[in-house]
Design a protein around this ligand. Structure first.
Ligand SMILES: [Zn+2]
Ligand SMILES: [Zn+2]
Length: 145
């Protein structure tokens, strides 16, 4: 954390990055585990990449892919064990999440997102709403498996 003086680090119940205040929150207890250290590096990666906001699920997915690539190089630098399969699992769970949200409930076609909360199927014109997805909620799904 000393290497990143431009961010504010604070202990909290979870790992996340608040772009508005350039603050990184971390779970003090989890920091003793490699997975916790990876989570911290991952949030630093978001901060370093200046990830601020996203308009669509795919944008979020792209941001996550970038952040994981960056996490991998940070992990190498700080000598925190971080396996490719762990990263691939994380990305796969984001991928599954996006896929579930973008599949048309009527005809199961792959569909386009109109805005943050609405998808529309270009095949049968069905529209559906999705909950606004935060990274934290995906992360929770991911950590449960
Ligand atoms: Zn992330
Ligand atoms: Zn459809």
């Amino acid at each position: 954390m000393e290497d990143f003086p431009s961010y504010t680090f604070s202990a909290d119940e979870d790992f996340y990055f608040d772009a508005a205040t350039e603050s990184i929150y971390y779970d003090q207890q989890a920091l003793h585990t490699p997975r916790g250290q990876i989570s911290l590096l991952h949030e630093i990666a978001h901060a370093e990449l200046a990830h601020f906001d996203y308009r669509t699920d795919f944008e979020l997915f792209a941001m996550e892919s970038q952040a994981w690539m960056k996490t991998r190089s940070l992990a190498k630098y700080y000598q925190v064990p971080c396996s490719d399969s762990f990263i691939q699992n994380c990305l796969a769970s984001y991928g599954k999440w996006v896929e579930a949200r973008s599949t048309c409930p009527t005809c199961t076609n792959f569909s386009l997102q109109e805005n943050k909360t609405t998808y529309r199927c270009f095949s049968c014109q069905t529209r559906w709403h999705i909950a606004e997805g935060t990274e934290a909620s995906i992360r929770r799904i991911k950590l449960d498996d």
